[in-house]
Design a binder for this molecule. Structure first.
Ligand code: HEM
Length: 228
């Protein structure tokens, strides 16, 4: 096998994969356009069908058994890559801020769950003296939650009700998490009685696991854990 055949065999499936990227992009747009969960699923199945066609054509090209005209109509891997990058370009500052939501989302999840774990350890072993650690984690988690929620509103669009049940739950659970995390921070710094803080951290831990699950449902598709 010569070098150019090898290169083609590696690049064409890669281009097919890259052409699949608009699935995530159109899902992102769908959330902004207030589509229902069923409409989103329909959109994604159309995109997946398009991707399947591209992969079929790509396999013709790699096997060298496809009709020459079909091969000629296919973009080169470099063209496909450039088209995918251009299609993904942010359209406004608000659009860009929304795209930062997935990066920010992991901070409150990790920090607030660690705060809950540290508080649990403190209940089991008070001698560990983790009070300052808990304060640090709760404050950092609350800051992260406020930023993640704000960026989430840019990602989801600014409206009060959603046709998508998943997005509606995620929107208001996320907004409540940000508010509740601020209350928990106040309790961690001001109150000497830890009961309120413990209750807040337990509620936050449950809400954050649900929030991560709902986010995954939107990004990776309904039933993304395969348990329904
Ligand atoms: C503490 C608050 C929040 C957390 C921890 C959180 C977490 C997440 C996670 C983990 C994902 C999946 C990201 C991925 O795997 O790529 C996600 C996606 C998403 N979240 Fe949130 N979220 C929060 C608040 C919000 C809020 C308040 C909104 C809307 C107002 C929102 C809207 C979205 C949207 C639209 C997506 C799908 C991504 C997209 O279409 O670009 N989130 N979120």
């Amino acid at each position: 096998m010569n070098r150019s055949t090898l290169l083609r065999q590696m690049l064409v499936p890669l281009a097919a994969l890259v052409l699949g990227m608009p699935v995530a992009v159109s899902a992102h747009e769908g959330h902004k356009e207030n589509k229902s969960d069923a409409e989103m699923a329909q959109m994604e199945s159309h995109d997946a069908a398009g991707e399947h066609d591209v992969q079929k054509e790509a396999s013709h090209v790699t096997n060298g058994d496809g009709p020459q005209e079909a091969v000629a109509e296919q973009p080169t891997p470099e063209q496909a890559l450039a088209a995918a990058i251009a299609e993904n370009r942010a359209t406004s500052a608000g659009d860009f801020l929304g795209r930062l939501h997935p990066i920010a989302a992991h901070f409150p999840i990790a920090l607030l769950l660690m705060a809950a774990l540290a508080e649990l350890l403190l209940i089991l072993r008070p001698s560990l003296a983790l009070e300052t650690t808990v304060r640090f984690l709760v404050a950092g988690g609350a800051g992260g939650a406020v930023i993640a929620a704000l960026l989430g509103w840019f990602a989801a669009g600014w409206r009060l009700s959603d046709k998508s049940q998943t997005l509606g739950l995620h929107r208001w659970n996320g907004t409540a998490i940000a508010g509740f995390a601020l209350v928990a921070t106040g309790l961690a710094f001001r109150s000497h009685n830890r009961t309120g803080l413990r209750f807040a951290l337990a509620v936050l831990a449950i809400a954050l696991v649900a929030q991560g699950y709902l986010g995954g449902e939107m990004v990776f598709g309904l039933n993304h854990l395969g348990i329904r």
